[in-house]
Design a protein around this ligand. Structure first.
Ligand code: GLN
Length: 471
């Protein structure tokens, strides 16, 4: 059942929160071992919360899964890292967690992810493996791969993820569901473990656009506890959801139909655009020339911020502490050496390097300038188009293990999602068809809609129209 259908069934008394939770728990019990979507779940608590759920609330009685980098009081919050496994329990609720609870949602469990959200495959989880529900030999995408796989395999009605460079949209595309990265500043990150603070946003993954709109409505809004959260009114997303695309200009950035985009995927994306044109939108080609610099820019700025954010994991305040250490410096060194996985170490090294004296101007400050260029080019594109339509990823879900030797290949595949983070724009990925895997499976393809900053409403409206024409 979709979230919207569940709410209807709950309010009409056709089902109860307890029945819903029991159904999902039985799905988790039969599927999680194979799919590996959830790191942990609390059966008794979910049932206890269901027993007292108030179905008159906006998400009353709806079971939701959190990515394991979002704090929820007394829950583990491992970030899929050995550093926090078994040693950390959340002392408080993240603001998004609190808002979900206040809206009546039931916290069902915690989803697997790439360690500290670094990756695009969920293979960087130090705790468990997640497979794509459409083909178990393939990745679910990442870093919110557990959240996407949980929704796609019916273990959750909706999930929260975080998106620093595509980590909600890309796994949603790979798993055939809807995932949205809201505008920077739209959703509070208080209580969400920071990766790259100038890029991170929290957002929903669910079965359809309306479901995503309903969850975003609940979690969006200003939060004095997050100084980057914007004090701007949150529109009623459902009010404009069905307004259609008549008269809207949809921009197709020419650089987004290159970069190794699979031809059979390109035809699905162009077909989605053509269907919107039939509904009265006009299609225009737009130019985003700095797109080719986006990956390099992101892989300087994100590691730089990560190297600073992750300095808090020192073995002193919380998390893993080495039992081998001889003094305080040794404690820092050994705890970090033992606690972090290879990708996290790679990012910390890269980030520390680009920030170090002598290299700062060559890398970090140049990357900041390119970031400004990318923002300006988007602003110019939005003079010609109301929204942009692009592929979410150049390829469908790849085989597990295919990038073990060469992380760069995965970095390059982030090309269509990271610019939205660099520019702070809202973006969504919705399914637009399937391609043959070549070995018998059908793999979902996602189309991405981007809009100007704070036009999350427009993203949802266009996505809804595109979704309707999908059937
Ligand atoms: N794949 C990107 C990275 O590895 C984005 C991750 C994310 O959005 N959290 O950094």
């Amino acid at each position: 059942m979709t979230l919207t259908e569940s709410l209807a069934a709950l309010s009409s008394g056709q089902t109860t929160p307890t029945a819903l939770v029991e159904e999902l728990l039985s799905q988790i019990e039969s599927q999680n071992e194979t799919i590996g979507a959830l790191i942990s779940y609390d059966k008794e608590r979910a049932l206890a919360e269901a027993a007292k759920a108030d179905t008159s609330l906006p998400l009353g009685g709806v079971p939701i899964v959190l990515k394991d980098n979002i704090n929820a009081l007394d829950d583990p919050c491992t970030c899929a890292s050995k550093f926090l496994e078994n040693t950390y329990r959340s002392p408080y609720d993240a603001t998004v967690t609190r808002k979900l609870r206040e809206a009546g949602a039931i916290l069902l469990g915690r989803a697997n992810m790439d360690e500290f959200a670094m990756g695009s495959s969920t293979e960087n989880s130090a705790l468990m493996k997640t497979v794509n529900p459409h083909d178990h030999s393939r990745i679910p995408g990442g870093s919110s791969g557990g959240s996407a796989a949980a929704v796609a395999s019916g273990m959750a009605i909706a999930a929260l993820g975080s998106d620093t460079g595509g980590s909600i949209r890309q796994p949603a595309a790979h798993c055939g569901i809807v995932g949205m990265k809201p505008s920077y500043g739209r959703v509070s990150r208080y209580g969400v473990v920071a990766f790259a603070s100038s890029l991170d946003q929290v957002g929903p993954l669910a079965n359809n656009v309306e479901d995503v709109a309903r969850v975003l409505q609940v979690i969006a809004g200003h939060d004095p506890l997050d100084s980057t959260s914007l004090d701007a009114p949150v529109p009623d997303f459902l009010a404009t959801l069905n307004d259609g695309v008549k008269g809207l200009r949809i921009g197709l950035p020419k650089q987004y139909f290159a970069h190794g985009l699979r031809p059979e995927m390109e035809s699905l994306i162009r077909a989605a655009a053509a269907r919107l044109e039939k509904q009265g939108a006009s299609l225009v080609e737009v130019d985003l020339p700095s797109t080719e610099a986006a990956v390099a820019t992101y892989y300087i700025l994100a590691p730089a911020e990560a190297s600073s954010n992750l300095s808090r994991f020192d073995g002193i305040r919380y998390g893993h502490r080495s039992s081998e250490a001889e003094d305080i410096i040794d404690t820092y060194k050994k705890s970090r050496e033992e606690g972090f996985g290879p990708e996290v170490k790679r990012r910390i090294l890269l980030g520390t390097y680009v920030l170090s004296s002598g290299y700062y101007d060559a890398y970090y400050s140049r990357a900041q300038k390119v970031r400004t260029l990318i923002q300006r080019e988007f602003a110019a594109a939005f003079e010609q188009a109301d929204v942009l339509l692009t592929p979410t990823s150049p390829r469908p879900a790849r085989k597990i293990g295919a990038c073990e030797e060469d992380p760069l290949d995965d970095y390059l595949a982030d090309i269509f999602t990271i610019s939205a983070n660099l520019a702070g724009l809202p973006g969504i990925s919705i399914p637009c068809g399937k391609v043959d895997s070549g070995d018998g499976a059908k793999l979902p393809v996602g189309v991405q809609i981007l809009a100007p900053h704070l036009r999350d409403d427009l993203v949802l409206q266009v996505a809804k129209a595109a979704e309707l024409t999908n059937e």
